[in-house]
Design a protein around this ligand. Structure first.
Ligand code: COA
Length: 142
C-alpha cells in the first residue's frame, strides 16, 4: 500500500447524525420546514461523515437531486443520518436519509424520496481538499 494512502475504516466509524427542532425561522408561510434548510443540513451532515472517514477537509463536488415526499412541520424534530456508501480515489459518496418525528405522537416519517439508481438515499459526492480549498493528492480508503 502507498504510504500516502489513508488507512481504511468501517462505515460505522464515520456514520454521522444531526437533529434539530423545527422553529419558525426555518419554515415557510404554511409552517413547513424550508427545502433549502433541509439541503443545508444534508450538506453539513454529509461533510461530517466524509471528513470523519477521510480525516481530511472535504468539499462538496456534486449532490443528487432531492424529492420532498413528506413535509416537516413546525415543532417537529428533523433528523438526518449520513454514511459513506462508497469510496473512490480522492472522492467518496455519502448517503443521507432525512426523517421527521412528531414530538407528541412519536410518529416518524421519511422526508425525501429516492432518485438515484446507485442507492436509495440522497447522495453527496465529496472531494478531498486542504485547509485552503486546494486539491490534495491523498487518497481515501474504504
Ligand atoms: C470538486 C473539485 C475539488 C474537483 O476538482 P477537480 O480539479 O475537477 O478534481 P478532479 O477532476 O481531479 O476530481 C477529483 C475527484 O472528484 C470527483 N469529482 C469531481 N467533480 C465531480 C462531480 N461533479 N461529480 C462526481 N464526482 C466528481 C472526481 O471523479 C475525482 O474523484 P476520484 O479521485 O475519486 O476519481 C472542484 O471542482 C471544486 O473545488 N469545486 C468547488 C467545491 C465547492 O466549493 N463546494 C462547495 C463548498 S464545500
Amino acid at each position: 500500500m502507498d504510504e500516502w494512502r489513508v488507512k481504511g475504516k468501517p462505515v460505522s466509524a464515520s456514520a454521522s447524525e444531526m437533529a434539530e427542532v423545527v422553529l419558525p425561522a426555518q419554515t415557510n408561510v404554511l409552517g413547513k420546514l424550508l427545502g433549502g434548510h433541509v439541503m443545508h443540513m444534508v450538506d453539513i451532515v454529509a461533510a461530517m461523515a466524509a471528513s470523519r472517514h477521510a480525516n481530511s477537509y472535504m468539499v462538496t463536488a456534486s449532490v443528487d437531486y432531492i424529492d420532498f415526499r413528506n413535509p416537516v412541520n413546525l415543532g417537529e424534530i428533523v433528523m438526518l443520518k449520513a454514511q459513506v456508501n462508497r469510496v473512490f480515489t480522492t472522492s467518496l459518496e455519502v448517503g443521507v436519509e432525512v426523517f421527521s418525528e412528531n414530538l407528541l405522537t412519536g410518529e416518524r416519517k421519511q422526508t425525501r424520496k429516492s432518485t438515484t439508481t446507485r442507492t436509495n438515499q440522497n447522495v453527496v459526492i465529496l472531494s478531498l481538499s486542504d485547509k485552503d480549498g486546494r486539491r490534495t493528492s491523498t487518497q481515501v480508503s474504504a
